[in-house]
Design a protein around this ligand. Structure first.
Ligand code: BJW
Ligand code: ZN
Length: 251
């Protein structure tokens, strides 16, 4: 394997011994695909404050504005492709006896890359549901410029988790179990500023896992973890997967 050393031998040996590996991904994992992050320079919240768009009150006070915002982001997400990081994570699923991908991303790129065991904490932008009867509307035309109305008369909203809303209960419980049971936990491309997702790497650490963070810059939790790996997740994850495969003698 050529090139500079990106991570420790300890991480490799922990991964080779691991029965259960879990990862938490955030917007940084999709940055190399061209999906804007939230809190980086040029990120989404530089133009719009979260409270303007990512909460229920904003939707109720101006449904069409919020709807158009999500239609715009759907357009971006439909036109991008998974990157090396998404593909590496999909491949990792077959390299470990138990591999869990917990994501805060709503962009569906992990699924498009082939990951199967996915826990989506903040929903999925491709789905919508009626706020009155919870009927789902998933094949909405990009041409729909106004917030859809359900057959029952209720407003149809994107199936994403806004500030002040509970995360899907079963998914969060499962994610917490994964964190508690993992031998190695990777926190990748997330600022770790949004709760409760941000507690998962810390839960894993408290439960005895070896916890590494992959990010282009340090975060608020870096100091609490075992290892910080600096760089783009696409590059790091591709390399990490190649090394694991070569050690395991997998083609
Ligand atoms: C790269 C890279 C590359 C870039 N490679 N890396 C005070 C204390 C504690 C909690 C709270 C509090 N006040 C309020 C709360 C609760 C609140 C919260 O956490 N607020 C904080 C901001 C303080 N949380 C909630 O409300 C949650 N619900 C909840 O707690 O329910 C219980 C409850 C209910 C009622 C009352 C009280 C409690 C819900 C959170 C929902 C978050 N929703 C969003 C929007 C989703 C829909 C949409 O997209 O429109 O989810 S917000 C946004 O942030 C989105 C993301 O999933 C989430 C996390 O962001 P992420 O992924 O980390 O992205 P960035 O941009 O922050 O970071 C990108 C990182 O990538 C950076 O570190 C870069 O360096 C890195 N990077 N390129 C590797 N190539
Ligand atoms: Zn309805």
């Amino acid at each position: 394997m050529s090139g500079p050393k990106l991570f420790s031998d300890k991480l490799i040996s922990k991964l080779l011994d691991a029965k259960s590996v879990s990862v938490l991904t955030g917007a940084g994992v999709s940055a190399e695909s061209g999906v804007p992050t939230f809190r980086d320079p040029g990120g989404i919240w530089e133009k719009f404050r979260p409270e303007q768009l990512a909460n229920f009150d904003a939707f109720i006070s101006d449904p069409d504005f919020v709807w158009q915002w999500y239609q715009h982001r759907r357009e971006i997400m439909r036109n991008v492709q998974p990157n090396d990081g998404h593909y590496a994570l999909a491949e990792m699923e077959s390299l470990f006896p138990d591999f869990n991908l917990i994501t805060q991303n709503i962009d569906n790129l992990h699924r498009r890359a082939g990951s199967k065991n996915i826990y989506e904490l903040h929903g999925n932008i491709e789905r919508n549901y009626c706020i009155s009867c919870r009927k789902y509307y998933n094949d909405v035309s990009p041409e729909e410029k106004q917030a859809l109305k359900c057959s029952c008369g209720g407003l149809v909203r994107p199936d994403v988790v806004w500030f002040g809303e509970m995360l899907p209960y079963e998914t969060l419980m499962k994610a917490e179990q994964c964190a508690m049971n993992s031998d190695v936990f990777l926190s990748i491309g997330t600022s770790a500023e949004v709760y409760p997702a941000a507690t998962l790497p810390l839960i894993a650490k408290e439960s005895g896992a070896y916890v590494a963070e992959i990010n282009i810059r340090q975060t608020v939790i870096t100091e609490d973890l075992d290892e910080f790996i600096t760089g783009k997740s696409g590059v790091i994850l591709k390399r990490l997967t190649e090394i694991i495969k070569s050690e395991l003698k997998v083609q």
